[in-house]
Design a protein around this ligand. Structure first.
Ligand SMILES: *Cc1c(COP(=O)(O)O)cnc(C)c1O
Length: 429
């Protein structure tokens, strides 16, 4: 597999390099040189396979002979250990539930495949993943790398500034997962991570890697659940399928568009955002004018400069599609809350991210079309928010309820690079 840097097409890397580096020169994103295409007959036979076998074939079509088909299937099997079911919500609308993994959000799919891919391509190299989190990404990274050989994970988070449940989810694991509560805010945590990566001696000594969210292997894994959704639909529902994606950094939508480039017959996509509506405004006016990011109830989508957008522009350009064919809409907190209540009345318990995608889909869906919206998080993941909106309590899934009683294993540290450096240098394998 060959990929190029979107900021400098002359920088070309293999899959192994792209997975290990994350970003190219000048912070450029990597993008596949060849976009594999399946014929209608090939798509039909793919749809008949089970999730793991089909996903392995999709990923192998990209990766080529860099990793054997058998190995790819093993990685997928380790990564995708939970289902992605389609549930019916209304006659002409269903939802793809992507939140049955260990951290109750769709990022488990991409994160876990990235972890598997990294271990595979790094061969026997020892790697230390260092990352800062304001809550969610930390949990996904920790669970993705838990117990993997030759990898250890160090996660910094602002002490007292993430929810108690979030903290329990990734600070109770132990083994190769090390968590540090920094006595400061999230920006300070990020600054400490940046300083570590700027320290060449430290970087080499411990094999620093960021395993960041723009890693191409994440997006490739996410393509697979669009096929999985399609496989569960009836022939009639497949005819005019519209998919609505709740978007923040637009990785999920990028993956959906890549599924379409491969030949999956999706009629159109809808980009749904919260008040951080840079993309919907851009699609209306043609002007890219990010505003200051505002905090909303759907906080995993509080992004005003979505970092995957260049990849989306590249797809539209290379496929010769018109950007204006992309449906879009932005939903306020007020309407999102109203929608969570509306869905609850229909018998479907949701949370603000998924509800936003449903709202825009409901508004845009035409006669004869079938709509799917992505359920990106389990309602229990946003327990307080959902309970506030609905005025009733919602149960925790078993895995999370068990974690809530476990002891926190975090270290506590001042906002002091010298201390962090010492900690990292002395961390035993
Ligand atoms: C990350 C996230 C999103 C946004 O996904 P992007 O790929 O960044 O657009 C939506 N919902 C939830 C629950 C998330 O965690």
């Amino acid at each position: 597999m060959k990929l190029y840097n979107l900021k400098d097409h002359s920088e070309q890397v293999s899959f192994a390099q792209a997975v290990q580096q994350g970003l190219g020169k000048g912070q450029g994103l990597f993008f596949p040189q060849d976009l594999p295409k399946f014929s209608a007959t090939e798509i039909d036979s793919l749809l008949k396979l089970d999730f793991v076998k089909r996903s392995a074939k999709i990923l192998s079509a990209f990766i080529g002979n860099e990793i054997s088909g058998e190995d790819v299937e093993r990685l997928v099997k380790n990564a995708f250990q939970f289902p992605a079911p389609v549930k019916s919500v209304e006659d002409d609308i269903g939802t793809l539930e992507l939140f049955h993994g260990p951290t109750l959000a769709f990022k488990d799919f991409g994160g876990r495949f990235m972890a598997q891919a990294l271990v595979q391509v790094a061969a026997d190299k020892k790697i230390t993943i260092l990352t800062a989190t304001s809550g969610d990404t930390g949990a996904a990274v920790a669970h993705a790398f838990y117990h993997l050989p030759n990898i250890r994970v160090v996660i910094l988070y602002p002490q007292g500034k993430i929810s108690p449940l979030q903290e329990k989810l990734f600070c109770t694991l132990g083994d190769n997962i090390h968590t540090i509560a920094i006595e400061s805010d999230f920006d300070a945590c990020q600054a400490l991570v940046k300083k570590s990566f700027d320290d060449e001696e430290l970087k080499t000594a411990i094999g620093l890697n960021s395993a960041n969210s723009i890693n191409i292997s994440r997006l490739m894994a996410q393509i697979c659940y669009y096929f999985e959704a399609f496989a569960q639909l009836t022939p009639k529902q497949r005819e005019q399928l519209v998919i609505s994606v709740p978007s923040g950094n637009f990785g999920d939508l990028t993956a959906g568009l890549l599924a379409k480039t491969m030949g999956l017959p999706i009629k159109r996509f809808i980009a749904a955002t919260n008040a951080n509506d840079t993309v919907p405004r851009y699609l209306e006016t043609g002007k890219w004018e990010p505003h200051k990011t505002v905090a909303t109830l759907s906080n995993a989508m509080d992004v005003s400069q979505p970092n995957n957008w260049p990849r989306i522009e590249e797809i539209y350009q290379r496929e010769g599609w018109a950007l204006k064919s992309l449906g879009h809409g932005a939903v306020s907190d007020e309407v999102a809350s109203e929608t969570v209540r509306e869905l609850d009345k229909k018998g479907y318990l949701s949370e603000p991210h998924g509800a936003i995608a449903y709202r825009v889909l409901r508004d845009e869906l035409q006669d004869g079309e079938y709509g799917l919206f992505l359920g990106t998080a389990h309602p229990a993941k946003f327990k307080e928010v959902v309970e506030n909106i609905l005025g009733k309590s919602i149960p925790l899934p078993k895995e999370l309820a068990e974690r809530a009683d476990m002891t926190l294993l975090s270290h506590v540290m001042a906002d002091d690079f010298a201390q962090l450096r010492e900690f990292l240098m002395n961390l035993e394998w």
